[in-house]
Design a binder for this molecule. Structure first.
Ligand code: HBI
Ligand code: FE
Length: 301
């Protein structure tokens, strides 16, 4: 079984394709969190995951993540209340957390983000699938994403992604924008005192990837470059072959302010890159051995 926390973006897998029989009760796909209905076992899964990650993240997660976590009503004992999270978030950055059943259609997702509402999976993974699930659950969304939403730069950046998402869809370039989201919000690293730290939620919520992304010899660690990342495919079913490193979180504020239209235009004819590729003009912090994915490929044969 693959060791990763999240496979997203493939709507066909999740029954969310247009015309599908599933009809949400509300047009914005939100549901009640129904906090009182979580079972002791579900709170127990949260506790296991929380304690595991809390041990791993000091010295690995960026300081903004750790600080955000400290200020939020998030603890080991119980799955957090979305309303209590929203109260604190609202005061700091004007964000809220709303409950959804799982992946929601792109336009619904973007509409929430554009309005500073973070759609968080209401459910929690089962005890037998701690390291593997197909849709973002409450642990990935709350533990991974919400602490960073306390940071003003990420807060503006994710809103801008929601606004840009609708536009990118119209222009037929959503895959390019989605790569930027993937390699920043989900799997981004940021320099702190000269060394990469985790700010991406997909890493921060993953026991194995929080070590792999920073310490393993296998993956590349490359300075983030917008045009380059927009052309780079990513893996949804395994660790990344390359991680992109921003110099500080304010780099995201700059990204949030950029008009992407000229960027889409100038890369329109650039070829897509495989996830493990290194280019001559990349700034490389670590040239990966590629060992991890090479082993997998030889096993698969
Ligand atoms: N829905 N709940 C949820 N969470 C996501 O991260 C998400 C989604 N729907 C669509 C989506 N992500 C992506 O396909 C877009 O970011 C492109
Ligand atoms: Fe996520």
């Amino acid at each position: 079984m693959l060791e990763q926390e999240q496979i997203t973006q493939d709507k066909s897998k999740h029954g969310l394709a247009a015309g599908d029989a599933f009809q949400p009760e509300r047009a914005d796909w939100t549901i009640d969190q129904g906090w009182d209905r979580y079972t002791a076992e579900e709170h127990g899964v949260w506790k296991t995951l929380f304690e595991r990650q809390t041990k791993l993240l000091p010295q690995r997660a960026c300081k903004e993540f750790v600080e955000g976590m400290k200020k939020l009503p998030i603890s080991a004992d119980k799955i957090p209340h979305f309303e209590q999270l929203s109260e604190v978030l609202m005061k700091h950055t004007g964000w809220q957390v709303v409950a959804v059943p799982g992946l929601v259609p792109d336009d619904v997702f973007f509409e929430h983000l554009a309005n500073r509402r973070f759609p968080a999976g209401q459910f929690i993974r089962k005890a037998h699938e701690l390291d593997y699930l197909e849709e973002p659950d409450v642990f990935h969304d709350v533990f991974g994403h919400v602490p960073m939403l306390m940071n003003p730069a990420i807060a503006d950046y994710i809103q801008a992604y929601g606004q840009g998402g609708l536009r990118a869809k119209e222009l037929g370039v959503l895959h390019r924008l989605a790569r930027v989201y993937w390699y920043t919000v989900e799997f981004g690293l940021v320099l702190e005192d000269g060394a990469p730290r985790i700010y991406g939620a997909g890493i921060a919520s993953s026991r194995t990837e929080s070590v792999f992304s920073l310490e393993d010899d296998s993956p590349n660690r490359i300075a983030f470059d917008l045009d380059r990342v927009m052309c780079t495919n990513y893996r949804i079913d395994d660790f990344q072959e390359s991680y992109f490193v921003i110099k500080d979180l304010d780099a995201l504020l700059e990204l949030a302010a950029i008009d992407f239209q000229p960027v889409y235009d100038r890369i329109a004819t650039r070829p897509d890159l495989d996830p493990g590729t290194i280019l001559a003009d990349d700034t490389v912090y670590h040239r990966g051995s590629g060992r991890y994915h090479a082993n997998k490929k030889s096993v698969a044969k």
